[in-house]
Design a protein around this ligand. Structure first.
Ligand SMILES: Nc1nc2c(ncn2[C@@H]2O[C@H](COP(=O)(O)OP(=O)(O)OP(=O)(O)O)[C@@H](O)[C@H]2O)c(=O)[nH]1
Ligand SMILES: [Mg+2]
Length: 692
């Protein structure tokens, strides 16, 4: 457990820490000379349970409230001191307000210097203190009396703290490691040491961590937890990490950095948050209001963007966007405090909702609904609510990262909520099973309707299908969704096209008739140099235009290929030629062959031979270098795999069967087709998808 001190200047915080732990907190020369605390102080108290309790002593001076803030975040228990000879003072109230804004709900009010006032006046102060804490998170805190000078009440306080430590809530399980760095120094013979409060999760000797926002990696060479050498440190402990790694120096790390599990590194400078202003703040908060933002041990300049055109009056709560002047490492549901730009007054504070907020569309109803869902504390409940808002598909990986959830905790949500996950690279696009069923059924219905209208077409283009699907998924996730549906035989993927398994491509009767009229002319002995469209038209007495259209459709069905303009070859001939070049390449020492060698095999003249090879080049089946070509063996089945040369030659009068054109493009996309690899990746921060 970590106990944080709070209270007005000179109200006996440092003396109290010394009375409890025996450690004189103030160590700086200036602190000793002036008798005030300037920087954070740390001390530990042994307990009967064996787990020491850590103390963070903070300054009470009004000019050092930012230091108090750095010390107060991440504490489990607050000790708010009030000197009985002085009573409630400005920083008593300001520190209490900060503890309240930080959501610290365990603590005690300590009436210090109890030797300096009468019993009656202390009773009176206790009443005032109770009234003061009543409207805050510390409403149920006990009010104790202590004299550091005489030692009266110290044992009672110590026992009180030990009891609190036993019932401390667990912040370790289900969360990944985060430590708010508040001190960095070098120790001779040891190296760089960063100390801080473990905010969540745990860290082990040898762990690889990342410093955020800088992104520097480091290895944990040794560590101390609650001031003792340890193998592991958990949330709720003060921890000193001896770090090593390229670029790790004392100056490379600073107070406010967060040492974390590298999975969590995603600094942000634009955050949607819920904010509450203090009732004491008289000035309303307007659009683009400048503030100092305090989060964990970090501090940054920020502007407040209002979502409504209404200013935020004192004591009011609102959702806002925080635009920071530098990125910070935060987690969703972390608390923050804002002070005025000149660091004189605490204005308010709140909780982070969306860590990777967007400037665009922040006022839309959709975004409001998303923020309301993100405001729910329990991760599963919150994610479930998010999935009920447009676009009804969200990246669970990004959500889990922003909540610092462990992989186990994240997967628990998946099974609790019965989610369907579309996994692509680092993202896990999630949908509820109902939404998935709806997504699939509407899509299948659309494809069915398309087939009914276009019986002669193979199917719907993937991209066309994607942009009109609900929800509109990012390309990689959509691809996974299609594969999932193909895997359960609900649809068939034909390269860039998608069709229902029951769909049989049917040529329009006039195209079928045209095809039947020319198919013989394309095969047979002249199959390597078939007549062009114009010659086919002359030979059959059909209109050139009609033939061209029919052959293009036949081409889409995978029965023929337009090798050069108006020059169609039977698919079986293309496969035969694939086998020929595969053989040429296999029999050459270095695997390359020339156009002349190919022409000699097919005996169709140099010009046509070169056109055929250019066609293969375009499809990536061959690669040309000078006069020589090599074959790309990965693409050998691009046209359905090579068939035996001279075997399945032309002359087929009936269209090739379905099983043949199914593998027309194989699973390899061709140029101009669907290629998921060339798509831009989803931005790392965004876990929301654009709704259609
Ligand atoms: N009589 C009496 N004096 C005390 C007691 N506790 C602290 N003092 C004195 O009060 C003065 C301030 O005490 P500190 O402990 O330094 O006060 P602080 O709250 O740490 O002050 P800052 O850190 O500057 O905010 C010192 O001169 C202490 O000796 C006490 O229980 N009784
Ligand atoms: Mg002090």
């Amino acid at each position: 457990m970590i106990v944080g001190l709070a209270g007005h200047i000179d109200h006996g915080k440092t003396a109290l820490v010394k009375a409890l732990t025996g450690v004189a907190g103030d160590r700086l020369k200036d602190e000793k000379a002036r008798g005030i605390t300037i920087d954070l102080g740390f001390a530990y108290m042994p307990t009967r349970s064996g787990q020491p309790i850590g103390f963070i002593d903070v300054p009470g001076h009004e000019r050092f409230v930012h230091t108090m803030l750095a010390g107060a975040s991440g504490i489990d228990f607050a000790l708010l001191t009030i000197a009985v000879d002085d009573g409630i003072m400005p920083q008593t109230l300001e520190h209490l307000a900060i503890l309240d804004l930080l959501g610290i709900d365990r603590g005690a009010v300590v009436l210090t210097k109890a030797d300096l006032a009468s019993r009656e006046s202390i009773d009176h102060l206790a009443q005032q203190a109770k009234a003061m804490i009543a409207p805050t998170t510390l409403a149920h805190a006990d009010v104790l009396r202590v004299s550091a000078l005489t030692g009266a009440g110290v044992d009672v306080l110590r026992a009180h703290l030990e009891e609190a430590a036993v019932t401390m809530r667990d912040r370790t399980s289900g969360r990944r490691f985060r430590l708010a760095v508040d001190r960095v120094f070098t120790l001779s013979g040891v190296g760089v040491v960063a100390t801080g409060t473990v905010l969540s999760g745990s860290v082990q000797l040898g762990d690889r961590i990342q410093l955020s926002p800088s992104g520097l990696f480091a290895r944990v060479r040794s560590l101390h937890a609650q001031n003792r050498p340890a193998e592991t440190a958990h949330a709720g402990e003060r921890c000193a990490l001896n770090l090593s790694g390229p670029g790790i120096t004392k100056d490379a790390i600073q107070r406010g950095d967060v040492a974390l599990d590298p999975e969590l590194h995603a600094p942000t400078d634009r955050i949607d948050a819920r904010i509450r202003t203090l009732p004491t703040e008289k000035r309303p908060i307007g659009q683009w209001f400048p503030v100092r933002l305090h989060h964990a041990a970090a501090e940054a300049g920020a502007r407040i963007v209002l979502f409504d055109d209404k200013t935020i009056a004192s004591g009011e709560e609102a959702c806002v966007q925080l635009v920071l002047d530098r990125p910070i490492a935060a987690a969703a549901h972390d608390r923050f405090v804002v002070r005025d730009a000149s660091a004189q007054r605490t204005l308010g504070g709140g909780v982070f909702l969306d860590l990777h907020a967007k400037a665009r569309g922040r006022r839309t109803l959709e975004k409001r609904e998303q923020r309301a869902a993100l405001a729910l504390a329990d991760p599963s409940t919150s994610f479930a609510a998010l999935l009920e808002t447009p676009p009804f598909a969200f990246d669970l990986a990004a959500f889990a990262r922003d909540r610092a959830l462990s992989a186990e905790r994240r997967d628990q949500s998946v099974s609790e909520l019965g989610l369907v996950i579309l996994e692509t690279g680092d993202s896990k696009i999630a949908l509820t099973s109902e939404r998935w069923a709806l997504f699939a059924s509407t899509m299948l219905a659309r494809i069915g309707a398309y087939h009914a209208e276009n019986p002669d077409l193979q199917g719907l283009g993937r991209e066309q299908l994607r942009v009109t699907s609900q929800p509109k998924l990012p390309k990689p996730a959509f691809d996974v969704a299609l594969k999932k549906l193909a895997g359960s035989s609900r649809l068939v993927l034909d390269g860039a096209f998608v069709r229902l398994p029951s769909h049989e491509v049917q040529l329009a009767p006039e195209d079928q008739a045209a095809w039947e009229a020319v198919v013989r002319l394309l095969g047979g002995a002249q199959r390597f140099r078939p007549p062009r469209v114009r010659d086919l038209a002359a030979a059959t007495g059909r209109a050139e235009k009609d033939l061209r259209r029919a052959l293009k459709r036949v081409g889409r069905m995978g029965w023929a290929d337009e090798v050069a303009h108006d020059h169609f070859f039977l698919r079986s001939t293309v496969r035969e030629m694939t086998a020929i070049i595969a053989e040429l390449s296999a029999s050459a020492k270095d695997g390359s062959f020339s156009a002349t060698q190919f022409r000699d095999q097919v005996d169709n003249g140099r010009k046509v031979a070169i056109q055929i090879l250019d066609f293969f080049d375009r499809h990536g089946l061959t690669m040309r270098k000078g006069d020589e070509r090599r074959i790309n063996r990965h693409r050998l089945d691009l046209f359905g795999g090579p068939c035996q040369s001279g075997g399945e030659s032309g002359g087929e009068s009936s269209p090739v069967g379905r099983s043949d054109f199914k593998s027309v493009w194989g699973s390899e996309p061709v140029s101009g087709g669907f290629d998921s690899h060339s798509l831009p990746p989803t931005p790392p921060g965004a876990f929301g998808l654009k709704s259609p």
